[in-house]
Write a protein that binds this ligand. Structure first.
Ligand code: NAD
Length: 252
């Protein structure tokens, strides 16, 4: 319970990776603040599971909504910028509204939450900023121009704030997963089987895991465990790093 007395805001924590991070930090004693969309009843159940956690349904692409959330959330010791979306399209057809959404959520929202959380961290002389980037912060895949740009952007942003905050007891790091087994990915398998005429195994191994050398999906809990490690005092000199959790994808 090494996070007792710490307050952690995890954006996009009503689902997938963010939820796993929130659960892990709560399991280590942190008071967790949730953010994200979803069914009201399910969010109420999650809040109860996580010790009566506060929840903010703020749309992080709306600067005023981010500012209101950060004002109401109080002092945050651990900020996990995790909320993100994807859109796949050739660049010449890429819808402008999708480009703007992806950059606003995956990149610009992290700037706003960070600039608003940093004064409290500096005042305490302790803080952790963890940004969920992606293997696509290091390498590209075609048809993901906005996503790749946003994830390369968050990697550069993280390095910059790591340098700025280093002498204030605040670290900033990225976690960069490959394919993570979330309901989002699981739901794509039947459609891909149909579209490509492949078996479930072929979709998993030849489409989804083709670059993931372990041929295994990352589990959301594995990302949660790494996030918890980065919050340890022993990780005080782990700063400005971009941690791959991609089964070896970006080693190639
Ligand atoms: P997910 O769809 O399961 O969860 C996304 C979360 O973001 C949800 O809580 C959702 O409500 C929230 N969200 C969406 N739009 C929002 C908005 N405008 N304002 C506030 N919250 C919003 O996705 P996931 O797979 O858990 O992905 C989480 C992060 O991990 C993303 O940044 C994603 O790019 C990154 N990532 C995912 C994978 C993967 O394979 N699943 C791989 C690498 C990186």
């Amino acid at each position: 319970m090494f996070l007792q007395g710490r307050r952690a805001l995890v954006t996009g924590s009503t689902s997938g990776i963010g939820l796993a991070i929130a659960r892990t930090l709560h399991g280590e004693g942190a008071e967790v603040v949730l953010n994200g969309f979803g069914d009201e009843g399910e969010i109420a159940t999650l809040r109860e599971e996580l010790g009566g956690a506060a929840h903010f349904g703020a749309d992080l692409t709306d600067v005023a909504a981010v500012e209101a959330m950060m004002a109401d959330a109080g002092v945050i010791d651990i900020l996990v910028n995790n909320a993100g979306v994807q859109h796949v399209s050739p660049v010449e057809d890429f819808p402008v509204d999708k480009w703007n959404l992806i950059i606003a959520l995956n990149l610009t929202a992290a700037f706003h939450t960070t600039r608003l959380a940093v004064p409290g961290m500096k005042a305490k002389g302790w803080g952790r900023i963890i940004n969920t980037a992606s293997a696509h912060s290091k390498v590209a895949s075609p048809f993901k121009s906005a996503y790749n740009a946003s994830k390369h952007g968050i990697a550069g942003f993280t390095k910059t704030i790591a340098l700025e905050l280093a002498e204030h007891g605040v670290t900033a790091n990225c976690i960069s997963p490959g394919y993570v087994w979330t309901p989002l990915i699981e739901g794509q398998i039947p459609d891909t089987m149909k579209a490509r005429g492949l078996s479930r195994e072929e979709v998993i191994n030849d489409v989804l895991l083709v670059k993931q050398a372990t041929k295994k999906f990352v589990q959301p809990e594995e990302v949660g465990a790494l996030a918890a490690f980065l919050c340890r005092d022993e990780a005080q000199n782990v700063n400005g790093a971009n941690w791959s959790v991609d089964g070896g994808w970006t080693a190639e």
